[in-house]
Structures are given as structure tokens and as C-alpha cells.
Design a binder for this molecule. Structure first.
Ligand code: NAD
Length: 368
């Protein structure tokens, strides 16, 4: 397959980790006879420096006509004092909106070699493998009016969803559960909110079309508690924007390492935006110490969700796991008896662990 991929490295460690993802994708392409064509464009603070805007028109155009988009991270102290409408984060929100990406997928997978870094006991978190499917474009974050009234003494935010907006994200939840272990937990606050009661109706309606999926409803407060008490009970969690924002951050600390977590923002057709969960880490940028694995695992998600390349995605995920099992890790991780390596060496080790060594070696030497 031939695919056009837009790379938006952004700021801070974005460039270093993006180079790592490109090297791994090239290795996979060589092995499976695909052709990935990469085009780099500006976003965030570096785009402000070059073009005076965090999201140049040219970037939006390129992303709209590509097969998929990889993003590093945006932001940093240099742009902290820029006027709110032009801040680096505006670039990120803008590109998600321009591409109509309504579903955010965040897998939380515990790698056994890292599980001791979790704030939870190993026996609770070991084997935890959750996918959070969060609605991204509706609800409280976008409802109007959202304003102060009566001289600033009263405030109003609006929680608005259409049935269609609920249906398409719930569909993603069912689809994801069918691709995994077949369990879907729908999270709402149906004992209080009308929007949640409609959400439940939609989930129950869709459940009739997917009898093979086990469905449970949980109130958001109970879900937050159960994520800590017994995270292994979850397979796919589907929820609206605000609840998803909070629960996905809660879940992200379960596995004990921010630098490891990938994410995807997708819509109904193939195109998606894939990025690590962490920020631009300006404190370690340019030092060859950033963990590239969140970015590499995001590239694996792109292969699976945008290109339907399930085997290739599995292969990258296995190579990452084998690399950690082999004791190699960046300085943000802690593996007993392991060896700390830099960003580039970590990428090389992952490539070595991909199945076809001859091709990996060739790509590895060109990356060095
Ligand atoms: P951060 O995620 O950048 O960093 C938090 C801590 O984790 C830092 O100590 C950092 O060194 C470490 N870290 C993060 N990624 C790492 C990696 N790959 N390898 C090793 N260590 C890593 O969060 P922050 O410091 O709060 O934010 C820094 C900047 O990033 C801010 O400008 C913020 O607005 C922005 N940000 C961007 C995104 C995004 O682009 N999606 C997300 C969060 C924050």
C-alpha cells in the first residue's frame, strides 16, 4: 500500500520522537512492501515563529488531503505569553476541528517490565489493558452560551449533544469492543443529567445490534473509583467529552509512565491524527533523552486504525514490548537491572526487534 503521511513535529521533543517514529515506519514499510511518503509541516510554537500563526493554512490543506497525520507535541515557555487566540495549543484544537475528528482513543496498556512504576500495587495493575473512547467535539467544552452574567456574579456553561453525535461515538465504542475482548463499559451520570439519560438510551439501542458485546453502564463517580480498585475489569470504556477527559488522565497514570502512552483522534473514514499523550517536555528537548515509545506506539495505532494494517501494528507493539523486556529504556523509565539508553538508541533497539532483521539493520544504519 502507498500512503501519504503528514508529520507535524511541533515543539520541544516533538522533532526527536517524530524522527524515531519515521524510522520505525520505514522499517515496517520495507518489510511489508508498503510505501509511506512523509511530508513535514509546521504547527504550534514553531509555526508561530515561522508564520505568525500556530496553524498555517498550508498545514490544514496538507492534512486534509493526506491519508493520515502524526503529531509530536506543541507548546513551551517561549510562547506562554502569546495572546490566548494565538497560543500553540490553538494549533492542536484547530487541526482536530478542521479534520472533524470526533473520537479520541486512548489505550492504557501495562507493560510487565514497567508495572512496578505504577502508583498502584502490581497485583492490581498487572495485565491491565483498557481502551478509552472519548467524544471530542461536543458537550460542555463547546456548548453555547458559555459566559459570565450579572456583572460576573453568575456563570453559565452549556452541555449540548445531538443524538447523531452520541450515536457515532457509541458506534466507535462497539466497533472497538468487537476488535478487542468484547466488553463495553458506558460511563455517564444518568442519575442527574438529562444528556446522560439520552446517552444511555442510545447505548441500549445500539446494544441490540451487537449482541456479542457485553455492555455495562457505570456512573462516572463509580467508574473513577473502579479504575483504581480494579482496572483489569475494563476492556473498552466509552464516554462523553468531559468525563472522558478526566477518566483518560486518571487511567494514564495506572501504567506509571507518561512517555509510553499513545493516542488517536479519528472520524468515521480512515484519516486520523495520532500523537503521544505527553506534552513537548521542553525541559529535556534536544538532549537525546526523550522517550520515543509513546510516539512510536501512536504510529502503530495509525497503521491499525487508519490503514487497516493490523499485523504491522501488532509487530511494532511487540517490538516495543520486547525492547523493554530486554532491559533497554530511556531515563524516564525504571527497569531493574536494565540499561538506560538515549532516544536514538531506543529507536534502534525497537527496529532491531521488528521481525525482519536484515531490513531493520539497513534502516537502522541509515537512521544513525
Ligand atoms: P509534559 O508532558 O511536556 O512534561 C511533563 C513531564 O514529563 C516533564 O518532566 C517531561 O520532561 C516529562 N516527559 C514528557 N514527555 C516525555 C518523554 N517523551 N520522555 C521523557 N520524559 C517526558 O507536560 P508539561 O511540562 O506540563 O507541558 C510542557 C508543554 O507541553 C506546555 O507548553 C504544555 O502546554 C504542552 N503540552 C502539550 C500537549 C500536546 O501537544 N498534546 C499536551 C500536554 C502539554
Amino acid at each position: 500500500m502507498k500512503k501519504q503521511i503528514i508529520m507535524l513535529p511541533g515543539d520541544g521533543v516533538g522533532k526527536e520522537i517524530m524522527e524515531g517514529a519515521r524510522a520505525v515506519l520505514n522499517a515496517v514499510a520495507g518489510e511489508h512492501h508498503h510505501e509511506f511518503i512523509f511530508h513535514e509541516h509546521a504547527i504550534g510554537g514553531s509555526a508561530i515563529d515561522r508564520y505568525g500563526t500556530p496553524l498555517p493554512e498550508e498545514t490544514v490543506k496538507a492534512c486534509s488531503s493526506a491519508d493520515s497525520v502524526l503529531l509530536g507535541a506543541v507548546g513551551g515557555p517561549k510562547w506562554d505569553h502569546v495572546e490566548a487566540s494565538k497560543r500553540p495549543e490553538r494549533g492542536l484544537l484547530g487541526i482536530r476541528k478542521s479534520l472533524g475528528l470526533f473520537a479520541n482513543l486512548r489505550p492504557v496498556t501495562g507493560f510487565s517490565s514497567l508495572v512496578h512504576s505504577s502508583p498502584l500495587k502490581t497485583e492490581i495493575v498487572d495485565g491491565c489493558d483498557i481502551l478509552i473512547v472519548r467524544e471530542l467535539t461536543g458537550g460542555l467544552y463547546f456548548g453555547k452560551p458559555s459566559e459570565r452574567r450579572e456583572g460576573g456574579r453568575t456563570v453559565i456553561d452549556t452541555l449540548k449533544y445531538t443524538r447523531e453525535e452520541m450515536e457515532r461515538i457509541v458506534d466507535k465504542g462497539f466497533e472497538s469492543a468487537k476488535m478487542r475482548r468484547g466488553k463495553l463499559t458506558s460511563v455517564d451520570k444518568a442519575n442527574v443529567l438529562e444528556s446522560s439519560r439520552m446517552w444511555r438510551e442510545v447505548v441500549d439501542e445500539k446494544a441490540r445490534d451487537h449482541p456479542e458485546v457485553e455492555v455495562e453502564h457505570l456512573l462516572v463517580d463509580a467508574a473513577a473509583m473502579k479504575l483504581i480498585i480494579n482496572p483489569r475489569q475494563f476492556d473498552v470504556i466509552v464516554t462523553e467529552n468531559l468525563f472522558g477527559d478526566i477518566l483518560s488522565d486518571e487511567a494514564s497514570v495506572l501504567t506509571g509512565s507518561l512517555g509510553m502512552l499513545p493516542s488517536a483522534s479519528i472520524r468515521t473514514d480512515g484519516i486520523g491524527l495520532y500523537e503521544p499523550v505527553h506534552g513537548s517536555a521542553p525541559d529535556i528537548a534536544g538532549q537525546d533523552i526523550a522517550n520515543p515509545l509513546g510516539m512510536i506506539l501512536s504510529a502503530a495505532m495509525m497503521l491499525r486504525h487508519s490503514f487497516g494494517m493490523e499485523d504491522e501494528a501488532d509487530e511494532i507493539e511487540r517490538a516495543v514490548s520486547d525492547t523493554l523486556e530486554g532491559g533497554y529504556h530511556t531515563a524516564d523509565l525504571d527497569i531493574e537491572g536494565g540499561r538506560i539508553v538515549g532516544t536514538r538508541e531506543m529507536v534502534e533497539k525497537v527496529i532491531e526487534n521488528l521481525s525482519t532483521k536484515s531490513i531493520s539493520n539497513a534502516i537502522c544504519s541509515s537512521y544513525m
